[in-house]
Each structure stands twice: as structure tokens, then as C-alpha cells.
Design a protein around this ligand. Structure first.
Ligand code: SF4
Length: 333
């Protein structure tokens, strides 16, 4: 282990104090942060926790997803069980329609969740499905006052505008990885297509939920670049996913990220995006294992609960119990 000088050792905390006072960290500082964190990981977490507490207090952003159209996707994202290019064991189904969406929302609400994400597979969806989802959103918001996020692929401005008019609270679209690494995970659309979707949603005034998927073979430099790209796009809700390799996809043999590496990645995102909600979503259980509760001490301020799109979660009750044990409160704003 390297012998660190006092100032170097406590660089994580000094930087965190600066962030709390409004400082924007630089690429060089993040390099130094990650280097010193190699031997001083708890100081990295302490700094990330300090930033989270300062900007977000005990508020935790919680949501559940509704799989409204599964599989049958013509895109070739190498990690995805829903691409029709791979022989995976999921059961695809076409768009389920507003009545079934409404049924699932009712179940989610009955479990105590007040924020739902409607997700469809595919690069983009038809105008008629957008219109049907708009009706479901109006009805659900009217009846339950629930917050609704939608994730419908790379939509044009007109469709995004219709969703906003229907009362959608936020649009979800992940960049997944760095611009440099993206061609290694997808060839049927570009990084710029994704950035354009995020900018379109931003420009019409929709709040945007935009994040990452780790464990694709990218290095820490790619993750850092993505964190800065997300900061530049002024994203206020950042979902972080960790690959749960699916049999039949190109990435079926990828190794899981270790729990400590996952926590370190979360903490790095917190230093770069201090005021945003950072939510740990898909792959939490299999990658973090027994360290799930540590995500908040590493700077996370949210989680996805219930089942994911093609894999199972551990149950909403257990997640709510974890928040209660940590004195954290679900925030539905
Ligand atoms: S991530 Fe989305 S666009 Fe890519 S293959 Fe999966 S469903 Fe299709």
C-alpha cells in the first residue's frame, strides 16, 4: 500500500467540502480522488455521503417500472435481453394497452409506491402507442396523483410534447456509457441519437432521467466521462444500472462488477453531480449483494424497487424496510 501524505489522504474530504460550498470538480481532481481512494475508500464514501446529505438530506427517490412492451426490438444493444437479434429466454409481448398499464399502476400504488415508470422496448414507438400512453397517464394521475416517468426510446419533439401535455413528470433515456465506448455496445443507433433525445426532452421542459449501465467492459475513464457528460446536460435524476448478464446476449459471459467497485462508481458520480438524485436501479441485488444498504453512504439518493424489465427484484417490502432502518424517507416530489 502506498504511503499517503496527510493532505493527499484526506483529499476526498477536502474536495467534498469544496463541493458542498458550490465548487464544480474538474477531471483532474476526479483522477486524484480515485487514486487516493484506492487505499482510502471509506474517506471517499464519507465525502460522497457528506455531499448527499448536504444537498438532499434524508430524501430518497423511489420508483417502480411497468414493462408495457417487451422484446421484439430491432436494435442490437449487446447487453439487452429484448433485442430480437439474440436468442434469450424472455417471453416477448406487444404493447399491453392502457387498461393493463392502469392495472399495474394500481398494484404499485397499493404497495406504497408513488412514482411509476412506463417502459416500452424498441428504438422508438408509434404515434398511436404514444397517444394511448398519454390517456393512461392522464387517468392514473387523476385517480392517484402518482408521478409518472416514461421511457419510450428515441422520440421526436412532437411526441415528447404530447407526453408533457398529458402530465408526464419526466422522460427517461439512458446514455448507458461514454461516447468513446458506445460503438462497442450498439451499432444500430448512435450516441448522438441518444443525446439528441435527451436534449429534445430537456428543451420542451420535461424533467429528464438519464443514466448509465456499468459492467459492459468499459473502464473507469468511460464512467467518469459519462458522469461529466450528464453534468453538462444538467440531468437531475441519474439512474445507475449494473449489468446482470443475460444468457443469449453478446454479454452473457461478462463478469459482475464487485460490490466495492460499484460503490466507488456511485461515489464518483456524486462528486460530479452533487445536487442530482442518483438512483441505483437494475442489477442492484446481484452486483451489490450484501452491501446494498451501503449505496446511500456512497452517495446514492434513490433506488428502483420491485421487479426490473426482464429480471426480478427482491421485493418492495424489503426495500422500504431498508430505508426505514437507515432513517431515510421516500420522496415523491
Ligand atoms: S436497450 Fe432498448 S433499444 Fe436497445 S435492444 Fe434493448 S429494448 Fe432495444
Amino acid at each position: 500500500m502506498k504511503r499517503w501524505g496527510y493532505m493527499e489522504k484526506y483529499f476526498c474530504l477536502e474536495l467534498a467540502e469544496g463541493v458542498v460550498k458550490g465548487k464544480k470538480v474538474t477531471l483532474e481532481e476526479i483522477g486524484m480522488l480515485l487514486e487516493t481512494a484506492e487505499d482510502n475508500i471509506m474517506l471517499l464514501f464519507s465525502g460522497a455521503d457528506m455531499i448527499r446529505r448536504h444537498f438532499l438530506g434524508d430524501k430518497v427517490d423511489v420508483c417502480s417500472v411497468i414493462n408495457a412492451k417487451s422484446g421484439l426490438c430491432a436494435e442490437d444493444c449487446s447487453y439487452c435481453a429484448q433485442s430480437s437479434m439474440y436468442d434469450t429466454k424472455i417471453s416477448p409481448f406487444p404493447y399491453i394497452g392502457r387498461n393493463k398499464i392502469f392495472d399495474v399502476i394500481e398494484k404499485i400504488v397499493n404497495c406504497g409506491v408513488r412514482k411509476a415508470g412506463i417502459v416500452t422496448s424498441g428504438g422508438k414507438i408509434s404515434k398511436s402507442i404514444v397517444s394511448d400512453i398519454c390517456d393512461a397517464v392522464r387517468e392514473a394521475k387523476n385517480k392517484y396523483g402518482i408521478k409518472i416517468c416514461v421511457s419510450l426510446g428515441m422520440l421526436d419533439k412532437d411526441s415528447l410534447f404530447l407526453l408533457k401535455e398529458a402530465g408526464v413528470d419526466s422522460y427517461h433515456h439512458n446514455l448507458e456509457t461514454s461516447k468513446r465506448f458506445f460503438p462497442k455496445i450498439c451499432s444500430t443507433h448512435t450516441y448522438q441519437d441518444k443525446v439528441d433525445t435527451v436534449k429534445n426532452a430537456n428543451n420542451i421542459g420535461l424533467k429528464v432521467c438519464c443514466g448509465a449501465l456499468f459492467g459492459l467492459g468499459e473502464d473507469m475513464g468511460d464512467r467518469v466521462n459519462l458522469a461529466f457528460c450528464i453534468r453538462k446536460l444538467e440531468i437531475k435524476s441519474i439512474p445507475l444500472n449494473f449489468l446482470d448478464p443475460i444468457r443469449g446476449t453478446c454479454f452473457e459471459n461478462k463478469k459482475l462488477i464487485s460490490p466495492m467497485e460499484a460503490l466507488k462508481t456511485i461515489a464518483m458520480f456524486r462528486y460530479i453531480n452533487p445536487e442530482s438524485h442518483i438512483k441505483v436501479c437494475g442489477g442492484r441485488e446481484v452486483n451489490l449483494k450484501d452491501l446494498q444498504g451501503m449505496i446511500f453512504f456512497a452517495g446514492a439518493s434513490g433506488l428502483m424497487t420491485g421487479n426490473y424489465l426482464t429480471t426480478s427484484g427482491r421485493g418492495i417490502d424489503l426495500d422500504f424496510q431498508m430505508l426505514e432502518d437507515l432513517n431515510l424517507k421516500a420522496d415523491w416530489s
